[in-house]
Write a protein that binds this ligand. Structure first.
Ligand code: R5P
Length: 292
C-alpha cells in the first residue's frame, strides 16, 4: 500500500475523516477502550501505508489520556510507515512553555522527547498558544493558522462598524492578522493574570473607540472563560454594541460558556480543532494544504 494513510484518533474523528477525503488518503479509524483505571487500549481498524501515515489527534481534556493515545498511534504507525506526521490540532500543554515561577517544569520540553521517542517525523499544530512552545522541539514542527477560516465565517455576518479586539497584549499579533484579513481596525487590551490563583484582571482604563461598535474578541483559546468574561464586562461598560468571540480552540471548561453568555457575548465561534457546539469552522482544508 503506497497511498498515504490518515489515522483518525479518538479525539479527532470528524477532522480525521474530513482530512482523509481532502488529501484522498486511506482512512483508518481506531477503536478505543478506556478501562476503569484510566488506561487506553487502542485497536487500529486497517492497514497503514509503508510510505506515509498522518495521525490526527487533538490533546484536549482528558489531556493525558489523549496525549498517550497520540503517542501510541505514532509509535504503532512508525512500525510500518517510514514517515509519520502527527497533526495535533489543539496542542495541549502549549501554555507550559516557560518557567513562569521558579521550579516550574517546561512541559513542552517533555512533549518533544515523547513525540520524538514515539517516532514522529513532524508535528503540525493549529494556532499553537505561542511559537515559544515549538522552540523546545528538536523535530520538525509547523504551525498553521485558523484565522483565514474564522474570518471567512465572520465576513458573512452583517456587523456594525466592526472592531477586532484582543483580550491581552500577548494576542495582539493574532488580532492584527485577523483584522488585516477581515478588513478592519484592531486594538489589544491590557490583561494581567495572577500566576498562583489564575485570576484575570483587565488593566485597560477608558476606551472611546469601542462605543456603538460591534466587536470581535479574538483569542487562541478559551479555557475557563475568565479572559473573555473580564474583557466583555469591560467592553460592555465602554458602551460597545454586540460582542462576538472568534477563537481557534474552544475548551469551554465547566460552565465557561454559560458565564460568557451571561457577560453579554452574542455568539462564540470556534474551529473544529476541538469538537463541540461552537466549533463550526472547519479547518481540514488548511491542514490538507500543510500536508501536501
Ligand atoms: C492567554 O494568554 C491565552 O491566549 C488565553 O487568553 C487564555 O489561555 C484563555 O484562558 P481562560 O479562558 O482560562 O481565561
Amino acid at each position: 500500500m503506497s497511498k498515504i494513510t490518515v489515522v483518525a484518533g479518538n479525539s479527532s474523528i470528524d477532522l480525521g475523516v474530513k482530512l482523509s477525503r481532502k488529501i484522498k488518503a486511506n482512512l483508518v479509524k481506531s477503536q478505543v477502550k478506556v478501562f476503569a483505571d484510566g488506561e487506553s487500549k487502542i485497536t487500529l481498524g486497517g492497514k497503514l501505508s509503508k510510505r506515509k501515515t498522518v495521525i490526527v489527534q487533538s490533546i484536549y481534556p482528558p489531556v493525558d489520556t489523549n496525549l498517550i493515545q497520540a503517542l501510541s498511534l505514532i509509535s504503532k504507525a512508525k512500525e510500518t510507515s517510514s514517515e509519520v506526521i502527527a497533526v495535533i490540532p489543539y496542542m495541549g500543554y502549549a501554555r507550559q512553555d516557560r518557567e513562569f515561577l521558579s521550579g516550574e517544569i517546561i512541559t513542552m520540553k517533555v512533549l518533544d522527547k515523547l513525540f520524538r521517542g514515539a517516532g514522529a517525523s513532524k508535528i503540525i499544530a493549529v494556532d499553537i498558544h505561542s511559537m515559544i512552545g515549538f522552540k523546545h522541539f528538536k523535530i520538525k514542527t509547523m504551525n498553521v493558522s485558523a484565522i483565514p477560516d474564522l474570518v471567512r465565517y465572520f465576513k458573512k455576518l452583517s456587523l456594525k462598524n466592526p472592531l477586532v479586539v484582543s483580550p491581552d497584549q500577548g494576542g495582539k499579533q493574532r488580532a492584527q492578522e485577523f483584522a488585516k484579513e477581515f478588513g478592519s481596525e484592531y486594538i489589544a487590551l491590557e490583561k494581567s493574570r495572577d500566576r498562583k490563583t489564575g485570576t484575570v484582571k483587565i488593566k485597560t482604563k477608558n476606551l472611546d473607540q469601542v462605543a456603538n461598535r460591534d466587536l470581535i474578541l479574538v483569542d487562541d483559546m478559551i479555557s475557563t472563560g475568565g479572559s473573555i468574561v473580564k474583557a466583555t464586562q469591560f467592553l460592555k461598560k465602554q458602551k460597545c454594541k454586540k460582542v462576538y468571540v472568534a477563537c481557534t480552540h474552544a475548551l469551554l471548561m465547566n460552565d465557561a460558556e454559560k458565564r460568557i453568555r451571561k457577560a453579554g457575548v452574542t455568539k462564540i465561534i470556534s474551529a473544529n480543532t476541538i469538537p463541540g457546539k461552537t466549533s463550526i469552522v472547519d479547518i481540514s482544508n488548511t491542514i490538507a494544504k500543510a500536508i501536501q
